[in-house]
Design a protein around this ligand. Structure first.
Ligand SMILES: Nc1ncnc2c1ncn2[C@@H]1O[C@H](COP(=O)(O)OP(=O)(O)OP(=O)(O)O)[C@@H](O)[C@H]1O
Length: 425
């Protein structure tokens, strides 16, 4: 419990009263908190969800992101009560809801399929839940008006779902969730049936509604754009486990593994293998280029396409050859051969490039991402182990060597003269 625990002893009467109102608000806010503690769902081996824990703060918009089959929907359905957890506990507010049915959890849900009744009008679809909860008609009418206005459906209330566009149907599904006034809304790929333009529009609408109503949202998607643009926080999953739980910008700037690095960003981050050079690590397949005098051999170096500068063959940098260029309008994606590996660079506009031409690649030190050999761990450039000795001094030496080798002015030391092409490493 945060700041309200030891608050008001020394404060005047009026403020004590005010404090208790705040406490009440906090209790209400707490209804919006979700907590999973080592939750597992096992149908077979390996489990679909494997001992995951996370907390969602009141009013937060949290994304469950990951490739198909990683366990996102199962996680969401366990929070909703549509699937029973094999082990672990789920809390909503102060209550342990692990064994409660969905209707007792105080949540609403929006599905990819909309799940609308085709024979009911838009209005009846929206108020369906209120009717079954026996909310009196005048109140239903009032809430319907308010919600229809919120999601811009006032003109469509008498239509049947078949007479609506995909975006309008999704708005009906949203309206049905909002009208319940539950403090928590769970959304499972709600936009994946919409075309790209509508998806963009609905992303903004959902986010604005969530902020306006102060709802707590858990939102399942495999779309990184939805994750980056809507989430206060992104929980990235792989094989039933959480691989990173971070803000969108931290996920982009400091991916915790090669998998996280490759999942966010378009095109994906370049990941090149580092091999042993004469006096340090080199990009595998490119014997002329030494990356840094540290012990990252066997590890991976990651650079985002947008962080790469492509320069003339006379400039310092990694020698590369243009494979082809894909013009996208605002920018162009170059594919480049670096030794035996392929890298991508994103350049603004429509640069003049010739297939097969030679160039050099450079990038700033602080845009270099280093990962352990198995890709599962991020290595900080400043914490790189040195080949021999682990004293402070040696570590500092390694850091300097790495930064010297990768510094913009001297970004990637070209050792062409030391290691001519084809020479033994
Ligand atoms: N009812 C079920 N019985 C058995 N296995 C299931 C069941 N539901 C899901 N699974 C399995 O659990 C794993 C996780 O499925 P889940 O639907 O949670 O993944 P997801 O990340 O949401 O994928 P997608 O993006 O494709 O919906 C998958 O291997 C899936 O086949």
């Amino acid at each position: 419990m945060p700041h309200h625990d030891k608050p008001h002893q020394d404060k005047p009467q009026q403020q004590v009263h005010h404090g208790s109102q705040e406490d009440m608000q906090e209790v209400m806010q707490n209804d919006k908190r979700i907590r999973l503690v080592t939750v597992t769902k096992r149908w077979d081996d390996p489990p679909a969800v494997d001992g995951i824990s996370f907390d969602v703060a009141p009013g937060q918009f949290v994304i469950l992101l990951g490739p198909s089959g990683c366990g996102k929907s199962t996680t969401l359905r366990m929070v909703a009560g549509l699937e029973q957890a094999s082990s672990g506990r789920i809390h909503i507010g102060e209550r342990d809801v692990t064994d409660l049915p969905p209707g007792d959890r105080g949540i609403s849900m929006v599905f990819q399929s909309y799940a609308l009744f085709p024979h009911l009008s838009v209005a009846d679809n929206i108020v369906f839940g209120l009717r079954s909860r026996k909310v009196p008609k005048p109140e239903r009418r009032q809430r319907l008006e308010r919600v229809a206005q919120l999601v811009d459906l006032e003109a469509f209330l008498d239509r049947k779902p078949a007479q609506l566009s995909g975006g309008q149907r999704q708005r009906v599904a949203l309206a049905r969730a909002i009208i319940s006034e539950h403090p928590i809304c769970l959304m499972d790929e709600p936009l994946s049936n919409l075309d790209a333009r509508l998806r963009g529009e609905m992303r903004r609408e959902i986010k604005a509604l969530q902020e306006r109503l102060g709802m707590t949202v858990i939102y399942v998607t495999h779309d990184q754009v939805e994750a980056m643009s809507m989430g206060d926080r992104v929980i990235l999953m792989q094989d039933g486990r959480i691989v990173q739980d971070d803000t969108p910008d931290a996920l982009y700037d400091r991916p915790a593994s090669a998998f996280a690095a490759s999942f966010i960003g378009s095109p994906a981050m370049n990941l090149v293998r580092l091999a042993a050079g004469a006096d340090g690590a080199i990009i595998e397949g490119e014997p002329r280029v030494m990356i840094a005098e540290h012990a990252a051999v066997g590890g991976m170096l990651g650079i985002r396409p947008e962080d790469i500068a492509v320069t003339t063959p006379a400039s310092p940098g990694v020698p590369a050859e243009v494979i082809d260029a894909e013009y996208l309008g605002a920018d162009t994606i170059l594919r480049l051969a670096v030794g035996s590996q392929v890298m991508r660079a994103r350049l603004a506009g429509k640069p003049v490039v010739t297939k097969g031409s030679a160039c050099r690649l450079a990038w700033p030190l602080d845009k270099s991402h280093l990962f352990a050999a198995d890709g599962k761990r991020r290595d900080d450039l400043t914490r790189f182990p040195v080949a021999r000795g682990d004293s402070e001094q040696a570590s500092e030496g390694a850091r300097l060597a790495a930064s010297r080798a990768l510094h913009p002015a001297n970004r990637i030391a070209d050792r062409a003269s030391d290691h001519p092409p084809g020479s033994p490493r």
